[in-house]
Design a protein around this ligand. Structure first.
Ligand SMILES: [Zn+2]
Length: 247
């Protein structure tokens, strides 16, 4: 199954949905004409992964995309490009589309067959239950490449998990992910813990293996088909600490 990636930069969900429906092809064409480098990345996704990329930046209202917005989109696309190399096939297959938005309370979220990623996320999450794990450094680190990759893989992890809902395996997931691997997961639930461990398996394999060997082995056998990762550029210490400190 092919995956569609939709990039939208707007102020709100209602506007976003309308633009998505009526203006997408025209807006995309305009952006790509102005930024040939972006066109190259879009072509790459289509050629390599059969992923369709659509852009709907804020510039629709002013007639031009600001340079910093363009840079953000480009950076996010490069991070996505790297992430897609690492996640298991079936996790990709359950995603129908990916939306980029300009504002939001979270870094990213996933609902059924849909992933939403914020280009300018708030400083940490501000949800009721998530306030407890917020750190002062979140704002600076959230745009780092490795942090973006972690978030992406985390959301694909939700998609993998969702694909197993209702199956006997779900009880098995509950059982194997009751020990929180990050402080975020500690204050949330086993679903968030699964998604964080799913991302950690790829980006922080040594940490997961050393501290949660059972979780690591379960993911290796049941999710990653025995594939193990030893990335050339592992997650920096600062991000690792950010995910796990005071835990
Ligand atoms: Zn999550």
């Amino acid at each position: 199954m092919s995956m569609q990636v939709v990039i939208i930069v707007t102020g709100g969900i209602i506007i976003l949905a309308i633009l998505d429906f009526f203006l997408e092809p025209r807006v995309l064409r305009r952006i790509l004409e102005k930024y040939p480098e972006l066109q190259k990345i879009v072509d790459y996704f289509y050629r390599e992964y059969n992923i369709k990329v659509c852009t709907l930046p804020r510039g629709i209202f002013t007639g031009a995309l600001q340079d910093d917005e363009y840079e953000k989109i480009k950076k996010w696309l490069y991070a996505l490009k790297q992430v897609i190399q690492y996640i298991p096939e079936e996790a990709k297959n359950y995603v129908n589309d990916i939306t980029f938005s300009s504002s939001g309370r979270y870094q990213a979220c996933a609902s059924t067959r849909h992933i939403k990623v914020y280009l300018a996320p708030a400083s940490g999450a501000s949800g009721r239950s998530s306030r407890k794990y917020r750190t002062s450094s979140d704002k600076d680190k959230v745009h780092l490449k490795e942090r973006r990759m972690f978030t992406w893989i985390h959301e694909f992890g939700h998609e993998w998990h969702r694909s197993k809902e209702g199956l006997a395996k779900n009880e098995e997931i509950k059982k194997n992910f009751d020990k929180a691997v990050t402080k975020y997961a500690k204050y949330m639930n086993y679903r968030e813990n699964f998604a964080d461990a799913f991302a950690m398996y790829v980006l922080m394999p040594d940490y997961l293996k050393n501290n949660f060997p059972q979780t690591y082995q379960w993911l290796k056998q049941n999710v990653y088909h025995g594939q193990e990762y030893d990335l050339e550029y592992p997650v920096p210490r600062s991000i690792r600490d950010d995910l796990t400190e005071n835990y």
